[in-house]
Design a protein. Structure first.
Length: 473
């Protein structure tokens, strides 16, 4: 048994991360364990987690399991969890209740918990003591060891917890079963060293480790060969890509090299304003296959709060960068993340956030009420706001965000825009996809267009989506 340790998760040393290419092996007696059996994965949180679930799916299929979307038919159920806010915790424990129910009626169901919550000391303590029926727990650093962990649990017929609080290495060659045939997630870096005072990620995902450029480029080249149209380069702080490699190669260089693979569309998330440099902006503006869409988290518009958050920029610097991006990249859309009710946020501080939103008029934004995460510096800061005040601030902010999202979408009315049609929409006889600027569009089109980038005339505009029709050439 290996349990997570918050103190160790915080450590950063000068130790170089290793690139490990041959650590994924399925024990012989586990190769057919899933024959005629089904797996179900529930994924919470960010794209990094979604992509991890694609790895876990492939590992399960290597053991003979097949996928089901019906929880009741599953023989093995995995919860790939998110630790970012308390409500992600609550949702996962709520779902665990349903799984317990199933396990009571069918005892040989296997239940596993992995992802960011598995890296949290208090969570694992509670699973160990109060959820003894959960079979396995593994973390973000050892998901490729999942077959071995499952074997331990089955052999010993007891709960197996295997979580490491380490800075982390880079594992290549973990299999992947992608959810889409047209767009793919590609990790370019793991972990984060920014340690914003509210954020749990540097503890759950380890130190910043960039993958080697050649491994990333080869992965993208392979995707192109297999007909993929879009890649999203993933990392907690992608603009800092390469800084840990000591090879004088940064995010701008990577974007240029990925652009040269000829893939139709390139996106990247998430950006921290601190590392967003002119070279990147220049390359994005010059390469047609790098999409004019940037997610640039603001978090707060008050310099006092930004300082308490440890964000390393002022609102003036943020606006300067925002304007530079808007001026240099034609037609760019910019979205953001904002936290309200951070400890110490006064009405004045909150109004400053509204001011910045009024200035930037974001295409869209994710807004959150601050949620204290055990072990982070902000969790120790005093917060005297009532729940009602917190909710009021969120409500007020959302009204403004919605207003600007609607205004940004209105500009698309009657325009012709390129859309990658990626799936069948819930609306009858419609496909759905995204514009280059990441606007969701429902398009009247037959399924033969799936996976195509088509020109679409926008016929109707809503706050969160657009409707359109294909323009025949
Ligand atoms: N409370 C509320 N929101 C948070 N985020 C990160 N940590 C917290 C927290 N403790 C938000 C940030 C980040 C997004 C992914 O989640 O806005 O950009
Ligand atoms: Fe992703 Fe962050 Fe949630 Fe972890 S805590 S799954 S990194 S959003």
């Amino acid at each position: 048994m290996n349990l997570p340790n918050l103190h160790e998760a915080k450590l950063r040393t000068k130790k170089e991360s290793k690139i490990i290419k041959d650590d994924y092996k399925i024990p012989n007696d586990m190769k057919n364990i899933g024959k005629n059996k089904k797996y179900y994965i529930k994924t919470y949180g960010c794209q990094m987690n979604v992509h991890d679930s694609e790895n876990i799916s492939a590992i399960l299929e290597d053991m003979g399991y097949t996928k089901t979307d019906d929880l009741n038919k599953a023989d093995i159920i995995l919860l790939n969890t998110c630790a970012i806010r308390e409500n992600a915790h609550n949702k996962m424990f709520g779902f665990l209740g349903r799984v317990k129910h199933l396990k009571e009626s069918k005892n040989d169901i296997i239940c596993g918990i992995c992802g960011c919550m598995a890296q949290e000391e208090n969570v694992v303590e509670s699973i160990k003591n109060k959820y003894k029926w959960v079979d396995i727990v593994f973390g973000t650093h050892n998901l490729h060891k999942f077959p071995n962990i499952l074997k331990e649990s089955l052999d010993k017929n007891e709960q197996e917890i295997d979580v490491f609080s380490i800075e982390g290495d880079i594992y290549e060659n973990i299999p992947v079963k992608r959810d889409s045939k047209y767009k793919a997630w590609v990790n370019i870096m793991l972990g984060c060293d920014k340690f914003c005072t509210y954020c749990i990620v540097p503890y759950t995902r380890g130190k910043q480790r960039s993958r080697m450029p050649v491994d990333i480029i080869n992965e993208v080249k392979d995707l192109v060969k297999n007909g993929y149209k879009e890649v999203t380069l993933l990392g907690q702080n992608v603009n800092a890509y390469g800084k840990d490699l000591n090879i004088n190669y940064t995010m701008g260089d990577l974007l240029l090299d990925v652009s040269k693979t000829g893939i139709d569309r390139i996106r990247f998330v998430t950006s921290h304003p601190w590392d967003f440099n002119d070279k990147m902006i220049d390359i994005i503006s010059k390469c047609d296959n790098i999409m004019p869409y940037i997610h640039l988290p603001l978090q707060s518009g008050s310099n006092k709060i930004l300082k308490l958050m440890g964000r390393r920029y002022t609102k003036e610097k943020y606006i300067e960068l925002f304007n530079k991006i808007k001026n240099k990249i034609p037609n760019v859309s910019i979205t953001t993340d904002i936290i309200v009710a951070f400890p110490g946020e006064t009405e004045e501080d909150f109004n400053e956030t509204l001011d910045v939103v009024n200035t930037c008029k974001f295409d869209s934004a994710f807004s959150f009420i601050y949620s204290p995460r055990e072990g982070t510096p902000a969790a120790k800061m005093k917060n005297s706001l009532t729940e009602e005040e917190k909710n009021n601030r969120l409500y007020k902010l959302n009204e403004l965000i919605n207003k600007f999202a609607n205004e940004a979408n209105q500009k698309y009315k009657d325009k012709i825009v390129p859309v990658l049609l990626e799936s069948v929409s819930e609306k009858k006889d419609n496909l759905m996809g995204y514009t280059d600027t990441m606007k969701l569009v429902n398009v009247k089109a037959s399924e033969k267009y799936l996976g195509e980038i088509v020109n679409v005339k926008i016929t109707d505009v809503k706050t969160w989506s657009l409707d359109g029709e294909i323009v025949e050439e």
